[in-house]
Design a protein around this ligand. Structure first.
Ligand code: AVJ
Length: 322
């Protein structure tokens, strides 16, 4: 071994930024939106008039909470409520309260990619809902699935809310659901939110709000590269662009370079060239209907037990079993 050889530890972030920005066409993963700033921007998104998803799921919980928690634990044998991508847990609190009121035997185990979000949620629950047994964990979806088996030895109800699965294209969603299925015992359940197909304009507006919060959220991945990898992206030279294909049900977010430019990312010793109007694909937000969810479930070894919807049928939560 050459004495000049040095071990350099490259983070996943560094590796994926390098891969995505040297690829053609360019892309970056939406999971990198979520740092402290990104978490705060996502909070603002959830409060936007255009972003109907959060309110629709909240309405579903408020309307059907009794039936929902009953279906979680029909014979009241006790269970672990595991939430992947828990975020601030605002909606979940409706269910937690219902579970407490009806004296269900349960522990709440939220998992999120953002340490910041998990810390906040656990603190908040210890303060607001002292009776709830909470155990938070930090981790990414796919990686967390491997841990799921060891997380608990009793019945599991695994929640993925907010249509978070929508960040995955169908093949990856099936991979994810298959892994979920493999980590389940026969009595375990999945409770998952799927945003529904609707008027294309409604979808577009949700991801292209007038106040520009979603644009700032999208650009936060560039801000992170600037901060964490010593990049020099000029945010004013990129615009946020949203498209929705009603056939596939896929909403896609892009950052589009408004001019020919060069960006340096010092920590990667990388020079990235952009042609005028070249894009970086940053996110997909998939929309569904019953047939697609049924198909996804079947492909993954799961089946739909029942579903709960808001009055507008904008959004549905499905209960799935093995
Ligand atoms: C948290 C992935 C469900 O895709 O609707 C909101 C993220 N992106 N606005 C979504 C998001 C832009 C959101 N998910």
């Amino acid at each position: 071994m050459n004495s000049k050889d040095q071990k350099v530890i490259i983070s996943t972030f560094e590796k994926e930024v390098c891969e995505g920005l040297t690829a053609f066409p360019k892309y970056l993963s939406s999971k990198y939106f979520y740092d402290e700033v990104g978490d705060e921007l996502f909070q603002q998104i959830m409060a936007l008039p255009e972003y109907y998803l959060t309110r629709a799921e909240y309405e579903i919980f408020e309307t059907h909470k009794t039936e929902i928690v009953q279906s979680f634990d029909q014979d009241k044998e006790g269970f672990d409520l595991i939430e992947l991508g828990a975020g601030d847990g605002k909606k979940t609190k409706v269910l937690l309260k219902e579970l407490l009121n009806h004296k269900y035997d349960f522990a709440y185990k939220p998992i999120d990619i953002s340490e910041n979000a998990i810390d906040g949620l656990v603190k908040n629950l210890n303060h607001e809902m002292k009776e709830v047994l909470v155990q938070g964990q930090i981790g990414e979806y796919f990686e967390v699935l491997d841990r799921l088996k060891h997380i608990s030895d009793r019945k599991k109800v695994i929640m993925v809310l907010g249509s978070n699965i929508g960040n995955l294209l169908h093949p990856r969603a099936i991979q994810f659901l298959k892994k979920l299925c493999n980590s389940m015992n026969s009595k375990d359940l999945v409770f998952m939110g799927f945003d529904q197909k609707k008027h294309p304009q409604k979808v577009l507006d949700a991801y292209n709000d007038k106040s520009g919060v979603t644009a700032a959220f999208n650009k936060n991945v560039l801000t992170r590269i600037n901060k964490e990898l010593r990049g020099n992206f000029d945010l004013d030279k990129f615009i946020h662009w949203e498209v929705y294909d009603p056939e596939s049900g896929t909403a896609k977010s892009y950052l589009v370079s408004t001019e020919k430019q060069k960006v340096d990312i010092d920590d990667l010793s990388l020079e990235v060239h952009f042609e005028a109007w070249e894009s970086i694909h940053t996110e997909i937000s998939q929309k569904y209907d019953d047939d697609i969810v049924k198909w996804l479930a079947k492909e993954s070894g799961l089946e739909i037990v029942k579903s709960f919807s808001d009055q507008n049928n904008y959004y549905k939560d499905y209960l799935l079993r093995k």
